[in-house]
Design a protein around this ligand. Structure first.
Ligand code: SF4
Length: 315
C-alpha cells in the first residue's frame, strides 16, 4: 500500500480493460494485472467514450477513415459519420476528469487507441502503413500534453510498463508539490538519481531550473521543469546510465567501506553489467549500505522505491 492517501494517484482507464462489458460486441478486454494488482495501489477513473457517445451496447463497429485529408470516425455498417459526436463527447469527458496522474488506453481502438490505430480510405479499405490515434486519445493528448499515457499493447512490454509506473508516481509527486519553493527543490533533490538513470544532461538541466527558481518566477519555472521532466521520462533508462547513477551514489561511501567491501560491490556491479544479476539486487545492496552508514540523503532518493512494492508483482 502507498503511505498515505495523498500518494494514491488516480489513473484513467478504458473501461473495457477493467472487465466492463462495454465493447461493440458486448464483451470486455479485462486485463487482470491492471484490474487487481494495479488497483491495489491507485484509484481508477474508467471511461468508455463510445458508450458516452450513446452508441449503445452492442453497437455497429466504427473505424477511422481518411477523407479529404481528415481523420473521420465512420460506422462500418451504415457509413454514418460519428466524428463530431466523438470529438464533443471526448471534450466533455475530458473537462470532467479528476486530477489524473496517468491514463491506460485500450490498444488499436478507433476511440481509445493511442498509437498504431488502423486508418482506412473512404471505401473502408485499409491504408497500408498508415496509422493514427483514436479520437478520444487525440483529444486527451491535446488537453493534457504532459499526462503519462500508454496503451494496453505497450503496457504488456515489461520495460515500458515499469517505466510507465515510475512515471505516474513521479508525476503524481510533482502534482502534489505545494506551491512552496522548498518543496519544489526538495522534489528535485529526492529524484536526482532516478533522473540520472534517464539522461545526465537533462537531469542537470532540471537541476538548473530548480536552482534558478524563486518565489517570483515559481509558476513559470514549475512549467518549464515539468515540460523537460516529462520529455526525459519518455526515454527508457539505459544500463549505462544506471551504472553511472550507481557509481555516483557509491561515491558517498568512499570513507566508510574497506577495499575488500568496495571490491565486492564493484564485482556485483560488473555482474549487473553482464546481465548476470538484476538491477534490483545492486539497488538493494546500496540501500542496505545507506541504512548501515546512515546516509539519509541517499535514503530519501526515490531511486530505491520508485513505485509501491506491490506493483513489482508480475514484472
Ligand atoms: S476501447 Fe474504448 S471505446 Fe472501445 S470499448 Fe473499450 S473503452 Fe469503450
Amino acid at each position: 500500500m502507498t503511505n498515505s492517501t495523498e500518494l494514491r494517484p488516480i489513473i484513467g482507464v478504458s473501461a473495457c480493460l477493467l472487465g466492463q462489458k462495454v465493447r461493440f460486441d458486448g464483451g470486455h478486454k479485462l486485463d487482470n494485472w491492471i484490474a487487481s494488482t494495479l488497483k491495489s495501489e491507485v484509484d481508477f477513473h474508467s471511461i468508455c467514450p463510445e458508450v458516452e457517445m450513446n452508441l449503445g451496447i452492442p453497437r455497429p463497429p466504427v473505424q477511422l477513415q481518411q477523407i479529404d485529408n481528415q481523420i473521420r470516425m465512420i460506422s462500418k455498417k451504415d457509413h454514418f459519420d460519428h466524428t463530431e459526436n466523438a470529438i464533443t463527447t471526448a471534450q466533455r469527458l475530458i473537462l470532467n476528469l479528476p486530477q489524473l496522474s496517468g491514463f491506460i488506453l485500450m490498444k488499436k481502438s478507433p476511440s481509445c487507441g493511442f498509437e498504431r490505430v488502423k486508418i482506412h480510405n473512404e471505401n473502408g479499405e485499409l491504408l497500408p502503413g498508415v496509422h493514427g490515434l483514436g479520437l478520444f486519445a487525440a483529444e486527451l493528448k491535446k488537453a493534457y500534453p504532459f499526462l503519462p499515457i500508454i496503451d494496453s499493447g505497450r503496457f504488456q512490454d515489461l520495460s515500458h510498463r515499469e517505466n510507465f509506473l515510475r512515471t505516474i508516481f513521479i508525476y503524481h509527486r510533482f502534482q502534489n508539490i505545494t506551491f512552496k519553493l522548498s518543496s519544489f527543490q526538495e522534489f528535485h533533490q529526492n529524484h536526482k538519481f532516478i533522473f540520472m538513470e534517464y539522461h545526465q544532461d537533462l537531469m542537470r538541466g532540471l537541476g538548473k531550473i530548480a536552482a534558478n527558481t524563486t518565489n517570483e518566477n515559481f509558476s513559470e519555472k514549475y512549467l518549464e521543469y515539468l515540460e523537460l521532466m516529462m520529455k526525459m521520462l519518455e526515454l527508457l533508462p539505459s544500463k549505462k546510465n544506471r551504472v553511472n547513477s550507481i557509481m555516483h551514489l557509491f561515491g558517498f561511501f568512499k570513507n566508510d567501506l574497506t577495499s575488500s567491501d568496495k571490491k565486492v560491490f564493484m564485482e556485483m556491479l560488473e555482474n549487473y553489467r553482464n546481465d548476470l544479476i538484476p538491477y534490483l539486487a545492486v539497488l538493494k545492496l546500496l540501500e542496505f549500505l545507506s541504512f548501515k552508514y546512515q546516509k539519509n540523503y541517499i535514503l530519501k532518493q526515490h531511486l530505491f522505491n520508485p513505485f509501491p512494492k506491490a506493483l513489482m508483482k508480475g514484472q
